[in-house]
Design a protein around this ligand. Structure first.
Ligand SMILES: *[C@@H]1O[C@H](CO)[C@@H](O)[C@H](O)[C@H]1NC(C)=O
Ligand SMILES: *[C@@H]1O[C@H](CO)[C@@H](O)[C@H](O)[C@H]1NC(C)=O
Length: 214
């Protein structure tokens, strides 16, 4: 099946859960800190319950330059399971590619701004919960069904994207990926030679589940 379709289905599934979340109480000031304008996070997600595998995703969020990169790696990849790249731009255009194929798609919302918690941004504060051993402030917005942030340090602990809970293993404010070649979508994203229905390497579909706006 086409990865793009899977991705869009996931996104569609994610929206109603967020939209219906009602604010439990006004957020305390400590929950309101914006994201750093640039960060590098490493997140772990576990898709084994659905026939997938563990994934480690490197995220480089770069608001001043209007871009975000997700580099998705599977646990113990086989020969046909290359890393998957998802480069997103603030104008909403995203490129999802591996060593052989590419899809281009559009998110009307573009990137989440660092101050997405602010009133009017569509975010809802849902109170506190304990996640991965951390006491967390809980939010939802139009991208994350749930977003958990450590009360003590303000660092993100986990978030739900689609059906998956992503656990934040490291969070490095100011972490920037300078290497421009890492951001450049390959030529086959632009020449029409890959239409996305490429019969996927074994890891492709599962990796695509992990690709997301953040
Ligand atoms: C991943 O999920 C499976 C099935 O739910 C569970 O058995 C396994 O312990 C989990 N592994 C990790 C590292 O979370
Ligand atoms: C958005 O920006 C990217 C990167 O500069 C570019 O490749 C893409 O064509 C742009 N999309 C639109 C619709 O302008």
């Amino acid at each position: 099946m086409c990865r793009l379709l899977l991705l869009l289905l996931l996104l569609a599934a994610a929206v109603p859960a967020n939209a219906s979340a009602a604010a439990a109480e006004p957020p305390p000031a400590s929950a309101m800190a914006p994201w750093p304008e640039q960060y590098h996070a490493v997140v772990l997600t576990n898709l084994t319950a659905r026939g997938g595998r563990l994934q480690v995703i490197d995220i480089y969020y770069d608001w001043p330059r209007g871009r975000d990169l997700n580099l998705v790696r599977l646990q113990l990849p086989g020969a046909g399971e290359p890393p998957l790249w998802n480069v997103e731009w603030a104008n909403g255009t995203s490129y999802l590619f591996d060593a052989a194929s590419c899809q281009t798609y559009t998110f009307a919302v573009g990137l989440l701004p660092p101050d997405w918690k602010k009133a009017g941004g569509g975010a809802a504060y849902l109170g506190r919960a304990r996640v991965d051993g951390f006491d967390c402030h809980v939010w939802s917005n139009f991208v994350f069904a749930r977003y958990y942030e450590d009360v003590a340090t303000g660092r993100p602990v986990a978030w739900n994207f689609g059906m998956d809970l992503r656990h934040v293993l490291s969070f490095e404010p100011g972490g920037v990926l300078e290497d421009s070649s890492m951001w450049q979508a390959p030529a086959y994203c632009f020449d029409g030679s890959s239409n996305g229905d490429d019969g996927d390497a074994a890891g492709g579909v599962e990796a695509a589940r992990a690709a997301g706006p953040i």
